[in-house]
Design a binder for this molecule. Sequence first.
Ligand code: SAM
Length: 296
Amino acid sequence: MPHNFIIYRERLEGIGIKQNIEKEGLGVRTFFSRLGGKILLRKKIIKYFPLEYSTYIEPFVGSGALFFQSLKKPKEIINDLDKDLVDMFRDIRRVNKDDIVKMNFDLNKERFDNYKNLPSPTDYRKRLERNIYISRGSFAGMRRSFSSSIVERGRGGDAVNRRLIQDLDCIQERLKGVEILNTDYKKVIKMHNSPSTFIYLDPPYFEKATGGYPKSSVSPEELYDNLKSLKSRWLMSYNDHPLIRQIFKDFYIKSIDTTYVFENKIKGRTIGKELLISNYPLVEHPYVEYECSLKG
Ligand SMILES: C[S@@+](CC[C@H](N)C(=O)[O-])C[C@H]1O[C@@H](n2cnc3c(N)ncnc32)[C@H](O)[C@@H]1O
């Protein structure tokens, strides 16, 4: 085992966390995709999470790509302004495998448009089926319009039920005890304002397409005003833009490579730069993910 892994394991054990840090793939996958989702960047970002904290807050949780793989903490709060996403996190905790067997994820435009045009169901099983269907049937989880290219890539059908059934126990285990909120991020980041709180923020990119997100006024200036005097430690991922670098110049800034799937539909993926900004020194640790106790 590499030397830095041994040191890291000893430090984790010293604060009561027992992790098999050599193994990967025991974590939990998110169960829907989201425009701007960090599924490809999750490992690079988690490596910069601080080592010790007891409260975790994620105010722009989206699909939870980071949340699902981060280590479980005694107090956790996830939030998104989009009610449908919040319903998905709340509803997946209530269903069982039989409920999922009965769901139908055969993707077609007519059903997609019906779901979009009618109000979200009040029955939690039907609501979950509808919300996963819309995420699956739209490009990059934008939840706006039906994408036939998604269907061609086989993103629907029985495979969705099989994967949900396979992952359900672990998803529910990871979500156990988590407070799930549906409000503006400004309210959430002020909760539990203390050095033992860690906040990971992934706001909508500045000056980039945010189609499909609820209308909100998240700007770098507003983020700065709300973050600048927090006692909690925070880490934010943002697109690399001169104005963002300027506004946050007094904080710690690091740039990492990323691929934007969405930016160029014709060419596919493009390489870009993403900023990590924090109010604590950015020290890279080995990647350690949440381990589901129900996986072998
Ligand atoms: C870049 S995405 C987060 C993606 C997430 N990290 C993931 O891996 O899927 C930004 C999220 O912020 C949410 N959002 C936009 N404005 C918000 C606000 N004012 N307060 C809370 N959430 C907001 C959007 O609905 C969207 O899900």
